[in-house]
Ligand binder design. Structure first.
Ligand code: SF4
Length: 438
């Protein structure tokens, strides 16, 4: 059986054995997602209530913004706050009011919890309520947790988007709601495809301006663009929306299947669907062809980090011919992955959670051609002669949709190419002319 996209559909979910692990973890915390969220929502400010460590993490992950007024910052809890000697609530209110007086362009302020604010039980929901009483309607204050105690780095986005859901206006109109932060250029491309298919109106969550909240209601079809926004999706279904199950729009096949789910919902006929998508899919296939030559039969190991692992494993296996040794994910959300799991090969080893030492032992035993892992593991594994790819790069890089299919394949090909160049025997060449630098 196939759907509109031609991707085989298994009607019975395969009960795959999943290795569940609990132990030492190596992942960034949810604060990291501020790096891409503050770029997306241009009228929002993310104020982390945390420590100097939190501030350093953000600053180094986002790069030093010397020339721009940043849309994130850290209210640093000092020893006096931690010891209960200062009233952290008063301090927080003072900082927020001063910030908003200085930045009239900010319409939405996210108070982001951290490990220290959780340890001292600073109630940021109450703080948001208190500030809203003073600031609404000019500014809306929301809160969520980015603490490393309870979140991995992509869960920060889920927390921020879920905090917006109660504010969405209600609607009875039919519409498509795409959920998950996408680069503006990707959002524009997808919107053009939806227009050509006659699918609309289409809204995106988050919107480019946090104040432009999309509506939600019983005739809202939700199409997830990222697999890590499960709590947001469930909050939307509690508001009456229904979810379209589909693979994620990675690669030509994934994008076609993702669009097909929307097309079926909006009753787009098969001829129109093919007319619009086929040329785009063909172009994406051509972009993938040369990477397939490089990557086919190469063995890849995904360590748990971003929650993108399963959709990406499906992409590299089915569209680039890579062999999957193990696919780990920090959290296996079966509802969010219902369109993906049946497309993985039956014999793939899935793992959920992390026990770092055991997982690294398995990587060393397998010696895959490529290991996709967190930043902290890449250098040690490279030093052991293993090629690696930082999984966080796959979150920062635009990788969704037909136009980005080649770029996505390139992300996997680059480390292998670099390693091949470095290990190629040096050929003695005639001495090159010296170039003077001034
Ligand atoms: Fe570290 Fe916790 Fe702050 Fe994240 S929230 S930077 S894990 S202290």
């Amino acid at each position: 059986m196939t759907d509109l996209s031609g991707v085989p559909v298994r009607t019975v979910a395969t009960a795959r054995p999943v290795l569940r692990e609990r132990g030492q973890r190596e992942v960034f915390c949810g604060l990291t997602s501020i790096v891409w969220l503050h770029r997306k929502m241009q009228d929002a400010f993310f104020l982390v209530v945390g420590s100097r460590t939190c501030a350093h993490l953000l600053q180094s992950a986002a790069g030093v913004m010397i020339f721009a007024e940043p849309r994130f910052g850290t209210a640093i809890l000092t020893d006096r706050d931690l010891a209960g000697l200062a009233d952290a609530n008063d301090e927080l209110d003072r900082i927020c009011l001063a910030l908003l007086a200085r930045r009239p362009d900010i319409t939405t302020l996210f108070l982001v919890g951290s490990c220290p604010s959780e340890v001292i039980k600073l109630d940021l929901a109450k703080a948001a309520e208190r500030l809203n009483a003073r600031l609404l309607p000019r500014v809306r204050v929301l809160n969520y947790s980015g603490s490393g105690i309870e979140t991995t780095f992509t869960q920060g986005e889920d927390g921020a988007l879920k905090a917006l859901v109660p504010l969405l206006p209600a609607t009875d109109a039919q519409q498509l709601l795409v959920v998950g932060a996408l680069a503006d250029v990707v959002e524009d491309q997808l919107r053009r495809v939806f227009d050509a298919l006659g699918i609309g109106p289409v809204a995106f969550l988050p919107a480019r301006r946090a104040a432009d909240l999309p509506a939600v209601g019983p005739r809202t079809a939700v199409l997830a663009a990222q697999p890590f926004n499960g709590d947001t999706i469930r909050a939307l279904t509690a508001r009456g929306a229904h979810v379209l199950s589909a693979p994620y729009p990675f690669g030509a096949e994934g994008t076609t299947a993702w669009l097909a789910a929307a097309a079926a919902e909006f009753k787009v006929d098969a001829r129109t669907f093919l007319r619009v998508t086929q040329p785009l899919a063909d172009r994406a296939q051509r972009a993938l062809a040369r990477y397939r030559l490089q990557l086919a039969d190469k063995r890849v190991f995904f360590l748990p980090d971003s929650q993108l692992e399963i959709p990406l494993a499906r992409f590299v296996h089915r569209e680039l011919g890579m062999r999957l040794t193990e696919v780990g994910t920090p959290y296996l959300d079966r509802q969010m992955l219902a369109g993906e799991l049946p497309l993985l090969p039956d014999d793939v080893q899935l793992s959920e959670g992390q026990h770092l030492d055991r997982q690294l032992d398995r990587v060393r035993a397998e010696r895959p051609d490529l290991t996709v892992c967190g930043l902290g593991l890449a250098n040690p594994l490279e030093a052991e002669g293993l090629a690696t790819k930082w999984s966080i790069e796959l979150v920062f890089t635009p990788i969704h949709g037909y136009e980005q299919a080649g770029d996505l394949a390139e992300v996997f090909a680059r480390p292998l190419h670099r390693r091949a160049v470095l290990s190629a025997p040096r050929v003695a060449t005639a001495s090159a002319p010296e170039v003077a630098c001034s």
